[in-house]
Design a protein around this ligand. Structure first.
Ligand SMILES: Nc1ncnc2c1ncn2[C@@H]1O[C@H](COP(=O)(O)OP(=O)(O)OP(=O)(O)O)[C@@H](O)[C@H]1O
Length: 287
């Protein structure tokens, strides 16, 4: 059952899935990895996908970016039906993914080489390539490190570099697959803020995370559990209206823990805080 279906059909679909299922063979067993998923994500949205280990998040990402074929159902990314191999090839050019491990995503020996690599593969001519490399490194705050050895970059900087590589290829959909999970809190916040900035500039973002603070700070939340889409709606509805966090045994983020006390005290749901900023505002109104 999907709680609070969330649809805005008026804009162009970036991802559209209907009855999407995926079964994978594990030895003698057939695992139902994704089950009967209906999903519509518009161009320009920020959508956060969460779920326990093994709930199917990465499998869904791999279907959406054209790497894996569903066993049943329909799925289209950027209007391209992914059942066609030609469309899957095309989609791989418009969707870029930033993965979990910052150390496993670099191929060049310096940031500028690394960003240029993907552009060369695409056959982007020299002058434009240099321009795009410079722009991508500036966008991600790495312009001063353009010719430093990659090994000298921190984990957070390596993750910025992975984002620079993606952005140079001018993606329409940017997927972050637990991209902050191996970083320290400051780098994590920096990468999250950078992703939000890119989203505000117009890139559609699918943010995959198990961090409740990141989920709370987004506009729309998807919850996968054992391959089923259990929730599709606002983070506020998820934390304060659905009962799902308790049912799934999640620990509340600190701000939501305070919000629950406010909820018990009679605060209306629309005013319950999800972020530190909202909590501060609520307390100012109260005092
Ligand atoms: N190639 C495969 N063959 C068989 N089973 C697979 C394969 N890939 C994934 N699975 C299984 O599918 C299920 C979902 O895996 P998936 O990686 O999509 O989950 P996830 O939510 O991304 O997990 P995590 O948070 O641990 O990365 C798991 O039970 C996993 O073992």
């Amino acid at each position: 059952m999907v709680i609070h279906p969330f649809r805005k059909e008026s804009r162009t679909a970036m991802i559209h899935a209907s009855g999407l299922s995926l079964s994978l063979r594990d030895g003698q067993r057939v695992l139902p990895v994704l089950q009967d998923i209906d999903l519509h994500i518009d161009t320009g949205e920020w959508v956060t996908l969460t779920g326990a280990n093994g709930s199917g998040k990465s499998s869904l990402v791999r279907i959406v970016n054209g790497l894996l074929l569903p066993t049943a159902g329909e799925v289209a990314t950027n209007g391209l039906d992914l059942r066609s191999p030609g469309n899957r090839r095309q989609v791989k050019r418009t969707v870029q993914t930033v993965f979990q491990n910052p150390l496993s995503q670099t191929v060049g020996s310096t940031p500028e080489e690394d960003v240029a690599f993907g552009l060369e593969n695409r056959g982007i001519p020299g002058e434009e390539m240099h321009l795009r490399v410079a722009q991508a490194l500036k966008l991600t705050g790495l312009e001063d490190k353009a010719s430093r050895p990659v090994e000298e970059l921190s984990g957070g900087e390596r993750q910025r570099l992975a984002i620079a590589c993606c952005m140079a290829l001018e993606p329409e959909l940017l997927i972050f697959d637990e991209a902050t999970s191996m970083l320290d809190p400051i780098s994590r916040n920096g990468i999250f803020a950078l992703a939000r900035e890119l989203w505000k500039r117009g890139v559609t973002v699918l943010w995959v995370t198990q961090r409740m603070e990141e989920l709370a700070a987004g506009e729309r939340a998807l919850v996968l559990e054992q391959g089923r889409l259990l929730y599709d709606g606002t983070p506020r509805g998820l934390f304060y209206g659905s009962g799902l966090p308790a049912a799934l045994g999640w620990e509340d983020p600190p701000v939501v823990a305070v919000g629950r006390v406010m909820q018990d005290g009679g605060w209306p749901q629309g005013q319950l805080p999800l972020t530190e900023h909202e909590l501060e505002e609520a307390l100012c109104r109260f005092s």
